[in-house]
Write a protein that binds this ligand. Structure first.
Ligand code: SF4
Length: 307
């Protein structure tokens, strides 16, 4: 394999890709309260709670937990039975996580003088803190983490940049893509992309995915991924494209092909692969189904919805 063939970012403007994602994230991310803090204890609690519970439900439990035990020292002083009781009372999953969290608070208090360590390797020494959680705390509390590579991130990298389904390839690609020293915003942003746009069934347009113009899957219509072995039913299919045409024409009298095209695909170019000819094919299908009328006027071809 040549160097370039191994590099999923060959020919990609990586800075533009990074900027687009961070801007998208900062403009509209979900506002979880643990994203407002850089306190490692508060972040550790949110990470441990999130491992088994939907994020929306974690919010109340997280506030209540921190009201009761606001610092690692306070938690270290607590009775284990109370911590476990809290866990059970809030349906937070395996009680072992409560025990580990309690133990980790004791370690920080007794072995680290109350100061959390700031590197993924040291954080992973804490009880019950695996590599993923250690990296999350290092990133979100200290801006000192590595690129996160979880299922969501793999799915995004595979679709957007055709990174092969191979752990080393994912690690490398995730590391190369993360802007140096910006693990806090970056890991949040790429996980958000996987969580609200590039889900198993992706919502590229509805979520305004900032990577549409770079995305291999968006271009090819193949939205399979390591955790999505068969093509999701709607996104990327011809049916989806037809849906976009109908949507674009819905509130308008008529649109010329070159005005309509970019609303269907961001990479529409009149004479390109996804250009007039391709669009005309879609419109003819819709016309056959009685949904759309196409008028070949003397100046230009326009399409409108049949009403
Ligand atoms: S364009 Fe769609 S498939 Fe590609 S990264 Fe965005 S949401 Fe995922």
């Amino acid at each position: 394999m040549t160097e370039d063939a191994a590099d999923p970012f060959a020919g990609v403007d990586v800075d533009a890709v990074r900027d687009a994602l961070v801007e998208w994230y900062e403009a509209g991310h979900r506002d979880f309260p643990w994203r407002q803090t850089d306190d490692p204890y508060e972040i550790l609690v949110s990470e441990v709670m999130s491992q088994q519970t939907q994020l929306g439900r974690v919010v109340d439990a997280w506030h209540a937990f921190l009201d009761r035990w606001p610092t690692a020292a306070a938690l270290a002083d607590a009775d284990r039975a109370d911590v476990v009781g809290f866990w059970t009372g809030h349906s937070l999953g395996y009680n072992n996580r409560a025990k580990y969290l309690h133990e980790a608070a004791r370690q920080v208090t007794e072995e680290y003088d109350g100061e959390f360590p700031d590197s993924p390797a040291e954080l992973a020494e804490l009880m019950g803190v695996g590599p993923y959680t250690a990296n999350a705390v290092a990133s979100f509390a200290f801006d000192n983490g590595d690129a996160v590579v979880d299922t969501n991130v793999k799915r995004v990298l595979h679709r957007a940049f055709a990174v092969p389904d191979d752990d080393d390839a994912f690690e490398r690609a995730a590391r190369d893509l993360m802007p140096a020293g910006e693990s806090r915003v970056w890991n949040n942003a790429i996980m958000e992309l996987g969580g609200v746009a590039c889900e198993k069934t992706p919502s590229c347009d509805a979520a305004g995915c900032p990577w549409r113009q770079y995305c291999h899957a968006y271009e090819t219509g193949d939205f399979t991924a390591p955790d999505v072995p068969t093509q999701p039913a709607f996104e990327g299919s011809r049916r989806q494209m037809r849906g976009r045409v109908v949507n674009a024409l819905k509130d308008r009298d008529a649109l010329a092909l070159d005005d309509l095209g970019p609303k269907i695909r961001v990479d529409y170019v009149p004479d390109g692969e996804y250009g007039r000819e391709w669009l005309r094919g879609l419109l003819d299908d819709l016309a056959d189904d009685g949904l759309v009328a196409v008028d070949d006027g003397s100046d230009e071809t326009v399409a409108r919805l049949r009403r």
